[in-house]
Design a protein around this ligand. Structure first.
Ligand code: HEM
Length: 417
């Protein structure tokens, strides 16, 4: 066992089935034991679980690095254990390199740019709900395909392939390693998705359009033209950032609102509450549960000796339920304010798609509550992701409701927005 003098050692592993069975309880346990602790799981790493430590580490990118290195194996640096993946830009770069790419994304995801996407988000949400509204029963997990389609549409990619993109991005994080679903995703769906992104890049190089991929291809980085490989790395990150996380937020929220019909009614009666409510859903459900860093230097945190090369897990979900930061942390308080949650991360890597995520979540939750005001989720048959150590959420949410009317083109025409 690695020597960690004077520091608590906990038996924590966010990859273990026991953690996925109840992540809130698992994080509470480790936070109450020690807010900064060492675990021997996955080759050993530090787990930071209170708000103050997560905040401090996330904002100290000079020590807590997001860049790839050989510490803890090869692959995606943001997760423990590292996962096979091509480089994600800019989330796997440290400043100053990070800044050169991040500013290209900021232009596209600033509030004014997102406001222009609102009609497209409305149309796709209407389309998805139209597909099920007359039936009076559906799997709400299909309705939350909206983020995948909106993201592909925004990028200028083929929206009809959204299901396979979802699986390629999502399964490697949500399925248990070693399962058939995990193998299929990694060996079949991920290479398929990579080729689809590459094809789109080749097509837009030859014939630029009015879309996000064409926008990136026209940019310069530090005075030289951006490469196709760099555009690939950004686009893959935008898809993975946009698809799984927002779906996770909405899925958990819809299950919660079925269990708390009085809150659903409040949102219906006071739609102006939606803005604060979405922040509260982000805090309570933290779609991205935890992300990793690598220590570049020896540093002491809460008396614990973190050493150069150590892997460190920043548990956003746990920080969000730290009673030292939030009153009644385990309650969903729709109008909680202020609400400085960590669901979008903190520091230089704070989510670049936060405004887009909020717009999609507000629209989807708003339309479901308005058009299916009495929906009831069959909780006994709702299924969470098998692996909730990185992203939390639902694979399936069977629900019934009073049938309603379509708002878009007639059923069966197959027409899309
Ligand atoms: C509810 C939905 C979302 C959640 C909870 C979420 C969460 C996060 C978190 C926690 C980080 C920080 C990663 C780190 O510190 O290592 C992050 C970064 C990022 N997210 Fe999101 N995200 C969401 C939606 C989106 C969307 C819709 C997009 C894009 C369309 C997006 C694009 C990004 C990008 C590009 C980064 C990297 C930023 C950087 O490194 O500077 N995210 N996100």
């Amino acid at each position: 066992m690695t020597e960690r003098p004077g520091c608590p050692i906990v038996g924590f592993d966010h990859n273990a089935p026991e953690h996925s069975a109840d992540p809130v309880a698992s994080f509470r346990r480790v936070r109450e034991q020690a807010p900064v602790a060492w675990t021997e799981a996955q080759g050993g790493f530090w787990v930071l679980s209170d708000y103050a430590s997560v905040f401090e580490a996330a904002r100290n990118h000079e020590v807590f690095s997001s860049a790839r290195s050989s510490h803890g194996g090869e692959g995606l640096n943001n997760v423990i254990p590292k996962a096979p993946s091509r480089l994600h830009i800019p989330v796997e770069l440290d400043p100053p390199e990070h800044r050169s790419y991040r500013k290209l994304i900021n232009t596209l995801t600033a509030p004014a740019a997102v406001a222009e996407l609102q009609p497209m988000i409305d149309r796709w949400t209407t389309w998805f709900i139209d597909e099920v509204i007359e039936a009076g029963a559906c799997d709400l997990a299909s309705v939350i395909g909206v983020p995948a389609v909106v993201t592909l549409d925004w990028l200028g990619m083929d929206v009809s392939e959204w299901r396979r993109f979802t699986s390629a991005l999502h399964a490697p994080l949500a399925e248990m390693r070693g399962s058939e679903a995990y193998r299929r995703a990694v060996e079949e769906d991920v290479p398929w998705m990579q080729e689809r992104i590459n094809e789109t890049i080749r097509e837009r190089r030859a014939a630029p359009g009015d879309d996000v991929v064409s926008y990136f291809l026209a940019q310069s980085v530090d005075g030289r033209p951006i490469t196709d490989e760099e555009v690939y790395s950004i686009v893959e990150l935008l898809i993975s950032g946009g698809v799984g996380t927002t779906a996770s937020l909405v899925s958990q929220t819809l299950v919660h609102l079925s269990q708390h019909p009085e809150q659903r009614q409040r949102l219906l009666d006071q739609p102006e509450l939606m803005e604060r409510a979405v922040e509260e859903f982000l805090r309570a459900f933290a779609p991205t549960q935890a992300m990793a860093r690598t220590a570049l230097d020896d540093v002491e945190l809460r008396g614990c000796p973190i050493r150069e090369g150590d892997r460190v897990l920043l548990a956003w979900a746990s920080a969000n339920r730290d009673p030292a930061q939030f009153d009644r942390p385990d309650e969903v308080v729709l109008d909680r304010w202020p609400n400085r949650h960590t669901a979008f991360g903190m520091g230089v890597h704070r989510c670049a798609g936060a405004h887009l995520a909020r717009a999609m979540a507000r629209t989807m939750i708003g339309q479901v509550v308005e058009r299916m005001p009495d929906y009831v989720v069959d909780l006994a048959n709702a299924r969470t992701y098998p692996h909730q150590g990185v992203n939390a959420g639902y694979v399936s949410i069977p629900a019934t409701f009073t049938p309603g009317r379509r708002r878009g083109p007639a059923a069966g025409t197959g027409s899309r927005p």
